[in-house]
Design a protein around this ligand. Structure first.
Ligand SMILES: C[S@@+](CC[C@H](N)C(=O)[O-])C[C@H]1O[C@@H](n2cnc3c(N)ncnc32)[C@H](O)[C@@H]1O
Length: 446
């Protein structure tokens, strides 16, 4: 069983969290890269200037929570509207054309059935989400049966979340995980090998953890691992898969029914995917795995806390990626490492009223070095996919950058001490994971 902590302001990434975050029980725990973040709140760029009162914050938080619950509940209606529209188009064709397409209407009926099935899974996710946070209750709906319409924006995010189940928790997603997660995992094992480290003392943070598979895999290897996630779509879903799904391949989703273009066969659109490919509850009893809810830069402010921060398809979610660079620098212990893999598909690009600093990798790299990191490994071209439909006639490949950047271990040593560190090759190669344990604070659990 995992523990979830939640910070405030999940609804509004633009506001600063005052009191940090508080622990909550309850659980165990991507977007695709297409604007998975929260809906624009219409706030100005300077977040400091726009703090609401705590009461207003709590109200906005509640509204946001229920808006996302509503999106999960509205899904079936939304897909059925799409199906009805497609049926209407077919039925509007001249009869002789319809006669040439004997299977089309039955395929649409099948899509409708698949949506009903997806809705059952989504209902289970919602059912387990209503009280998943220990320290916050979001009240009850006056009429819980009432389904409120959702925006296309939220429906798109929900569909992306469904695809994220495939990336993280299905056999089908294995190839994608091998290209995205495996290089990060191998690097952690190379940097903190278990024959030289007590890995149960090596702490790894995964900001933007999505449905938690990367963090889970790292915890399975014995490292302390914490995922951090901001989106309720992801948090509800990760809570479900991590805490409520025990039987391998017992559940089915139809993630491709929303894709009406680029299908070679109609049956490709309605093919099922089963999950979870492993029992998420099968972590060793002494595993130290947690998920923390909230905005990465707001939740993590404690200096010199982590041995490793690993970002996968994450840094382009920033309004200002330099803020992420600074935060990672601050929270890493001296000698700690930042491992990154991902593209730069800036999530706030083209969003009105949103700060979005779209830098090239070259510029980010300059900033990383200027902050003080030493880049130890750099691969400019790692090809990966993201929630790919491997039967689609349109497929994207991301040409990702992969790097390992170290916060030098000699940072806090001046004069003689610093020179000693410089001379100590071993110290340079292996950060002092067990030497300066992360402080046990509110950001940790189990
Ligand atoms: C493209 S997804 C990647 C998910 C996962 N790392 C993977 O590779 O599948 C980016 C994730 O970062 C989360 N995210 C975006 N901004 C965040 C923030 N400020 N703090 C924490 N998580 C954030 C999103 O909700 C989303 O789940």
């Amino acid at each position: 069983r995992l523990t979830l902590y939640q910070s405030n302001q999940l609804h509004s990434p633009h506001l600063t969290v005052g009191g940090g975050h508080t622990p909550r029980e309850a659980f165990s725990a991507g977007i695709n890269n297409f604007q998975e973040e929260e809906a624009p709140q219409g706030r100005p760029f300077n977040k400091e200037k726009m703090k609401d009162s705590p009461e207003e914050e709590a109200k906005l938080e509640r509204q946001h929570f229920w808006r996302i619950i509503d999106a999960f509940r509205f899904y079936r209606v939304h897909v059925q509207e799409q199906v009805k529209r497609a049926e209407g188009q077919i039925l509007s064709l001249p009869q002789r054309h319809q006669d040439l397409l004997p299977d089309v209407l039955s395929n649409l009926a099948r899509i409708s059935q698949c949506a009903d099935h997806n809705q059952e899974i989504l209902q289970a996710v919602v059912h387990n989400s209503l009280h998943m946070f220990e320290n916050i209750e979001y009240g009850e709906r006056e009429d819980p049966r009432k389904v409120c319409p959702s925006t296309t924006f939220d429906m798109d995010k929900l569909k992306s979340t469904i695809k994220q189940f495939i990336r993280d928790w299905s056999e089908t997603g294995r190839a994608e995980r091998d290209t995205c997660y495996q290089p990060i995992i191998e690097e952690i094992q190379r940097l903190f090998p278990n024959d030289q480290y007590d890995v149960s003392k090596v702490s790894v943070l995964i900001p933007g953890a999505g449905l938690g598979r990367l963090a889970w895999e790292i915890a399975r290897l014995g490292y302390i691992c914490q995922g951090n996630e901001w989106s309720f779509f992801m948090l509800f879903s990760s809570n479900f898969v991590l805490n409520r799904c025990e039987t391998v391949n017992s559940l089915t989703l139809y993630p491709w029914i929303h894709q009406f273009s680029n299908n070679k066969k109609s049956s490709d659109q309605t093919r099922p995917i089963i999950f979870p490919d492993v029992n998420p509850q099968s972590l060793p009893l002494d595993a130290d795995f947690s998920m923390v809810a909230g905005d990465f830069v707001e939740v993590y402010s404690e200096s010199d806390s982590w041995d490793c921060v690993a970002t996968c398809f994450f840094i382009d979610t920033a309004h200002n990626v330099i803020e992420y660079v600074e935060t990672i620098w601050k929270i890493l212990k001296p000698g700690g490492v930042w491992i990154n893999l991902g593209p730069l598909l800036y999530h706030f690009e083209n969003m009105a009223d949103e700060l979005s600093v779209e830098l090239s990798y070259e510029d980010i790299r300059t900033a990383i070095v200027n902050v003080g990191f030493r880049i130890e490994v750099e691969k400019p071209s790692v090809q990966t996919t993201y929630t790919e439909n491997d039967r689609s006639m349109l497929r994207y490949i991301y040409d990702c950058v992969f790097f390992v950047a170290r916060k030098p271990a000699d940072l806090y040593f001046n004069g003689q001490e610093g020179e000693e560190e410089e001379e100590d090759d071993q110290q340079q190669s292996f950060p002092p994971a067990a030497k300066s344990p992360r402080r046990e604070g509110t950001d940790r659990l189990t």
